[in-house]
Design a binder for this molecule. Structure first.
Ligand SMILES: Cc1cc2nc3c(=O)[nH]c(=O)nc-3n(C[C@H](O)[C@H](O)[C@H](O)COP(=O)(O)O)c2cc1C
Length: 209
């Protein structure tokens, strides 16, 4: 349930939390709701290439343990580890996505018929490396949005890139040729304060031309 609607607190109060209250569980329904809401994130051609494995059982956590390198505390104490993959065959869902838009009256049928085949063909022709980049960008936008939605629900998160990228798909029974691992997000209620962090000033990292 959304408990925080304070935009500034949600965004600027977000900090990477690495130790969670182990008594706090999040129901599968609530996780699905947060995923649905985070999936309002934009994606290239609206192909929504994000896919998930939610690890929230002791057995699942045990399986994930050898994959998470130095991020053991997050795995041990979080309510869930959201493992985000990018689907390099996301264009296969193009028909379903665009037809639903037509059925809902958001897009005329002839527009769909005109543009969708080109989008699918474009993705079909991309190299493995190009496709990997595309889905990682899209799934990362989902990830950011998920971390903020989690805050609105009263939870804390940590984006985790330090894991075994080459073996995680097989470990979680995902087809490693199709699904590229993007990020893990640990989620739960903070049991310890986050460290403060600093940022480079905009004027140092920005050019106007
Ligand atoms: C893609 C990505 C990967 C990260 N990987 C890890 C990680 O493996 N372990 C960890 O403890 N924190 C990880 N972090 C968290 C960063 O260290 C953290 O976001 C940064 O220091 C800024 O702190 P803040 O999130 O509290 O603002 C990662 C963050 C991002 C965006």
């Amino acid at each position: 349930m959304t408990i925080n609607n304070d935009f500034k607190d949600i965004v600027f109060g977000r900090k990477s939390i690495k130790i969670y209250d182990e008594n706090v569980k999040i129901s599968n329904e609530e996780i699905l709701k947060m995923i649905d809401e985070a999936a309002t994130a934009p994606s290239s051609f609206n192909f929504q290439p994000w896919r998930f494995v939610v690890v929230n059982t002791p057995e699942g956590k045990e399986k994930l343990k050898p994959m998470v390198n130095f991020n053991l505390r997050q795995n041990e104490t979080s309510a869930a580890m959201l493992v985000i993959f990018g689907d390099k065959k996301c264009q296969n869902y193009g028909e379903e996505i665009y037809q639903e838009a037509v059925d809902k009256g958001y897009m005329p049928q002839d527009v769909k018929d005109k543009i969708l085949p080109g989008f699918v063909e474009l993705y079909d022709k991309l190299s493995n490396e190009q496709m990997t980049n595309v889905v990682k960008v899209d799934a990362s936008l989902f990830a950011m949005q998920f971390m903020l939605i989690a805050r609105a629900y009263g939870y804390d998160t940590n984006a985790i890139g330090g894991f075994n990228h080459s073996e995680i798909a097989e470990t979680l029974n995902m087809d490693k040729e199709r699904y590229v691992p993007v990020m893990i997000i640990s989620i739960g209620k903070a049991a310890a304060e986050a460290r403060e962090t600093v940022r480079l000033a905009a004027e140092k990292i920005t050019k106007f031309i």
